[in-house]
Design a protein around this ligand. Structure first.
Ligand code: SAH
Length: 380
C-alpha cells in the first residue's frame, strides 16, 4: 500500500527495517532474500553512508522499480529534527525525535581543524548522576544502531549539505545522553557500520566512548580488536563521595572500577592512553586534598597511561551544584601535575544552548534557534 502522509510513514517506520542500522552483511542477506544480486547491497550501503542519502528513492543507481519496492519494506530515515540551536561559539545542538516520540540529542562542535560530533546512545539515561541534567529524564529507551548512525548523518548533512564532502575529519564522542555501555551491542554495531571505508569511514581511533563505570562492559570492551578510545567518568576519588555523586558506584565501587581500568590499560597499544573525566563541582570535589586523593588512587592501582580531563561543571537550574572558580580549577590541575598526573581542563562548549556535557535534557529554549535567516555559515 502506498504511504499517504508523513504520519502514516512515521507509524510504519517503527515496524519496518531501518537500513541505516544494517551492517553490510545484513544488507547482503536482506537483498539476496529479495532475490536480488549481492551488489545491490553495496549500492545501498554506499548510498546511505557515503552519499548520506536519507530517502531510498534518491539512491538513483538502483532501478526505479526496486526503489519503490524497497520503500515499502524499509526506510533510511527514522529521526525527525524538531529544533536546532546555534551557540555563540559555533556549537550546534539538535533535538530530534524517534518515531515513538522519544528525544534524541546530538551536538556538533567545530574546532579549527576538526569537527566533533557528540551523539546519544540512549534516549534519557537510567543512571542517576547527581550533577547531570540528563539524569532527570530517566531512561526512555535504548537507541537502535540505526538511530545512532542516523544522528551523525543528519548532523553532517545539516552542516555541509547532503552527501557533500566534509572538509575536516570527524571525531565522534559517545558523550551525549545515555550510558553507552548499557546499550553495548547497538553501540558497537553502529560504530562498526560507521567505520566502513565505503561509508562514513570514521575509524575507531577517531571515536571515544565514555562510561560512568559499567565494569563488566569495560572488560568486554578491552577484548575488542578494533576498539575506540575509552574515557571513564570518575568525578570522585573516594567511595563515600562517589556513592553520593554517581550512585552506580554502589554497584561497582572504586576498587572494582580501578582494577578493570588497570586491566584495560594492559591492553593499550604503544603510545596509547586512556582518559578519566572528572567533573569539577565547586566546594564538593575540587580541593587540593581531593586532587591528592585522586593522584593516590591512580598510584595505588598503578595506573600510569592515563590522563585526567577536568570538566568544569555545567550548571542548570535543577542542579544543586556550581562550577569551581577558575583559580580552583588551576590549583586542582597544578596539584595533579605536581604529583606526576597529566591533567587537561576542557573548555565548555555550547553552554548557552544547553549543549554542554550533562545539559542534554531535551530542553526547548527560546532564542538561539537556528532559522535559515540567522544560520551562520560556519567559519570552518
Ligand atoms: N554516561 C556516560 C556518558 C555521558 S556523560 C558517562 O557518564 O560517562 C558525558 C560526561 O559529562 C561524563 O563525564 C559526565 O560525568 C559529564 N557530565 C555530566 N553532567 C555534567 C555537568 N552538568 N557538567 C559537566 N559535565 C557533566
Amino acid at each position: 500500500m502506498p504511504v499517504r502522509n508523513t504520519c502514516d510513514k512515521m507509524k510504519r517506520v517503527a515496524e519496518i527495517r531501518h537500513l541505516t542500522g544494517q551492517t553490510r552483511d545484513e544488507l547482503v542477506e536482506f537483498v539476496t532474500g529479495l532475490g536480488l544480486p549481492r551488489y545491490r547491497a553495496d549500492q545501498i550501503f554506499r548510498g546511505l553512508h557515503e552519499r548520506r542519502i536519507r530517502d531510498l528513492d534518491k539512491i538513483t543507481d538502483l532501478p526505479k522499480d526496486l526503489r519503490s519496492q524497497l520503500d515499502q519494506l524499509a526506510t533510511a530515515s527514522t529521526l525527525s529534527v524538531e529544533s536546532r540551536y546555534l551557540s555563540s561559539d559555533g556549537t550546534r545542538r539538535y533535538l530530534m525525535k524517534t518515531p515513538d516520540g522519544r528525544p534524541v540529542e546530538t551536538v556538533f562542535i567545530p574546532t579549527e581543524n576538526r569537527d566533533t560530533i557528540c551523539f546519544s546512545s540512549q534516549s534519557g539515561c537510567p543512571l542517576k548522576c547527581d550533577f547531570c541534567l540528563t539524569a532527570k529524564l530517566g531512561l526512555l529507551r535504548n537507541l537502535t544502531a540505526g538511530e545512532i548512525v542516523e544522528q551523525i548523518i543528519v548532523v553532517l548533512n545539516d552542516v555541509y549539505g547532503e552527501g557533500a564532502e566534509t572538509p575536516h575529519g570527524t571525531n565522534l564522542v559517545a558523550m551525549g545522553a545515555g550510558e553507552p555501555f548499557l546499550n553495548f551491542d547497538n553501540l558497537i554495531k553502529a560504530l562498526e557500520i560507521m567505520s566502513d571505508e565505503h561509508g562514513l569511514f570514521i575509524v575507531p581511533g577517531r571515536v571515544t566512548v565514555s562510561t560512568a563505570g559499567i565494569v563488566p562492559k569495560i572488560r568486554e570492551f578491552a577484548t575488542l580488536e578494533r576498539r575506540p578510545n575509552l574515557a571513564i567518568s570518575l568525578s570522585a576519588a573516594s567511595d563515600e563521595l562517589r556513592d553520593r555523586l554517581m550512585p552506580i558506584n554502589k554497584r561497582w565501587g572504586l576498587d572494582d572500577l580501578m582494577s578493570a581500568a588497570k586491566d584495560f590499560e594492559k591492553t593499550l597499544k604503544r603510545g596509547e592512553r586512556f582518559t578519566f573525566e572528572y567533573v569539577l563541582l565547586g566546594g564538593v570535589n575540587d580541593s587540593v586534598e581531593q586532587a591528592g586523593q585522586l593522584a593516590d588512587l591512580l598510584m595505588k592501582h598503578d595506573l600510569r597511561r592515563v590522563k585526567i580531563n577536568l570538566i568544569p561543571h555545567n550548571p542548570a537550574e535543577q542542579l544543586d551544584y556550581h562550577p569551581s572558580s577558575p583559580e580552583q580549577v588551576m590549583l586542582f590541575k597544578e596539584t595533579l601535575e605536581s604529583l606526576g598526573v597529566s591533567a587537561y581542563v576542557r573548555t565548555p562548549r555550547g553552554r548557552d544552548i544547553y549543549a554542554a556535557c550533562g545539559q542534554l535534557a531535551a530542553k526547548e529554549i527560546r532564542g538561539s534557534i537556528m532559522s535559515d535567516a540567522n544560520e551562520l555559515k560556519l567559519a570552518l
